[in-house]
Every structure is written in structure tokens, then in C-alpha cells.
Write a protein that binds this ligand. Structure first.
Ligand SMILES: CC(C)(COP(=O)(O)OP(=O)(O)OC[C@H]1O[C@@H](n2cnc3c(N)ncnc32)[C@H](O)[C@@H]1OP(=O)(O)O)[C@@H](O)C(=O)NCCC(=O)NCCS
Length: 218
């Protein structure tokens, strides 16, 4: 019996990652259909020529091994779905584009989505379900936690630590740290699009601007 592959989420994120997933399988010489999973669906439909169904339908398909990439930007939802998949003995699937570059001594946990033109340089550790959108890069000696999300064009320079569930907006630039004093983006912090981050960011806050400052809640 063949393995079965799916992308969880048929919104913008999932539809943009489907071609990446297709080329990923071609690169590995695997011939298999890739499905969309979307819990808003009650019947089996078609999205961009791929079969799309809800999770209950997907779970019922009789395949030996199932691999699922979670293509949902909200990291808390990614975590919830991860727990559900693991509970159901379904594997987290990682995909990367043919134009993604990964250099030396890089550890990336399962469930990663590395979009076109992403570069991960050397001596980097990345946790579960990382999303690196178009043209983002991660420079040397960074440590990235679980469920971290990079929107397109994030410039993450060397010796930066990004904790679990942080979200980095489009085009943000983060200043490098040093080996003994990494710049830290705290757990669940949000960096706004276009921000220039020059200092560590506490957990849970949102920062915007150049230089980035905390956006106070109104
Ligand atoms: C920072 C961010 C999370 C704030 O979102 P929010 O809490 O909904 O904030 P609001 O849109 O209500 O804006 C609040 C204030 O911050 C300002 N602001 C919002 N985002 C900003 C940014 N990136 N840079 C500078 N100022 C920003 C707004 O102009 C507004 O200012 P005002 O109160 O003077 O009018 C959001 O604007 C952002 O940058 N998200 C990332 C988007 C992205 O990269 N998407 C990629 C999709 S693939």
C-alpha cells in the first residue's frame, strides 16, 4: 500500500505550499497523490486539482503511513493539530522547495515548511512545525523553537534565539547577537512587518517600527 500525503489547510498558506509539496515528492522520486485537508468541507471536493476533504474523511482512508504538512499560519492551531495527528499515529511531514538552500549542521524538527528561495545557513537548530515563507533566511548559529512562523522576506541574522510560537512579520530585519549574548525573541512575541529589531524582545509582546518598539495595547 502506498503512503498518503496531505496538506492540512486549503486557504492561502496551504494553496501556496501545495506546489512546494509536489516538487518535494518529485525530487525524492515518490509518485503519490497529495490531498488537502480542510475541516470546513463536508463532502470531498477539488481544490487546484487536488482532492480536498475534512480530517474525518482523511483519517478513514486506508493507507499504511500518512504524512501531513500543517499549512496554517496560526501557531497555536498548528500545535493543536500536531497533537491530534500524533495521537492518531499520523506523521508530521516536512517539505522544502527546490530553490531552498540548507547549508551545514542544520537540525530541523518535523513538520517544517520551507518555501521557495528560503536559505538556512550553518549550525542552526529549528524546532517543530517551522514555517519559513518566501525569501526568508536564517543565518548562522540561530536557535529557533517550536511552532515559529516567518512571513515572507524575514532576515534573521546570526546568533539569534527565537522562542516557541513567535511570529515574525513580512520583511522584518533582526540584528545579529553574539555567541555569549544572543538576541532573543521571546515566547509568543510578534514582530510587525517591516520592523527593524535591534534588541531582545520580551515574551508575548508585539513590536513594530525602526527601531522596533513595543506596540502598546489600546
Ligand atoms: C504588528 C501587527 C501584528 C499589528 O496588528 P494589530 O494588532 O491588528 O494592529 P493594528 O492594525 O490595529 O495597528 C495598531 C497600530 O499599529 C500600527 N501598526 C501596525 N502594524 C505596524 C507595523 N508593522 N509597523 C508600524 N506600525 C504598525 C498601525 O498603524 C496602528 O497605528 P495607530 O494606532 O496609530 O493607527 C500587524 O500590523 C503586522 O505587522 N502583522 C504582520 C503581517 C504580515 O507580515 N503578514 C504576512 C502574511 S503572509
Amino acid at each position: 500500500m502506498n503512503n498518503l500525503y496531505a496538506i492540512y489547510g486549503a486557504s492561502g498558506c496551504g494553496r501556496s505550499l501545495m506546489p512546494v509539496a509536489r516538487e518535494h515528492l518529485v525530487r525524492l522520486g515518490i509518485q503519490a497523490e497529495i490531498y488537502f485537508i480542510d475541516d470546513a468541507l463536508t463532502t470531498i471536493e477539488e481544490v487546484n486539482t487536488h482532492k480536498a476533504m475534512n480530517y474525518t474523511h482523511f483519517k478513514a482512508l486506508p493507507h499504511e503511513q500518512k504524512y501531513v504538512l500543517i499549512a496554517i499560519a496560526n501557531s497555536r492551531i498548528r500545535e493543536k493539530i500536531t497533537n491530534q495527528l500524533l495521537n492518531d499515529d499520523i506523521n508530521l511531514w516536512s517539505v522544502r522547495s527546490n530553490t531552498t538552500i540548507v547549508m551545514d549542521d542544520v537540525q530541523i524538527a518535523s513538520g517544517a515548511a520551507l518555501s521557495p528561495f528560503v536559505t538556512i545557513t550553518s549550525n542552526i537548530k529549528i524546532g517543530k512545525c517551522f514555517h519559513a515563507n518566501l525569501y526568508s533566511y536564517v543565518e548562522h548559529d540561530c536557535v529557533i523553537g517550536d511552532y515559529v512562523t516567518f512571513a515572507p522576506g524575514v532576515k534573521c541574522n546570526g546568533n539569534i534565539h527565537i522562542e516557541d510560537h513567535a511570529y515574525i512579520g513580512t520583511g522584518a530585519v533582526i540584528k545579529q547577537g553574539t555567541p555569549d549574548k544572543p538576541l532573543v525573541i521571546g515566547k509568543g512575541a510578534i514582530v510587525g512587518m517591516g520592523a527593524v529589531v535591534t534588541k531582545s524582545v520580551p515574551a508575548g509582546v508585539t513590536v513594530v517600527g525602526n527601531p522596533a518598539k513595543i506596540l502598546e495595547k489600546k
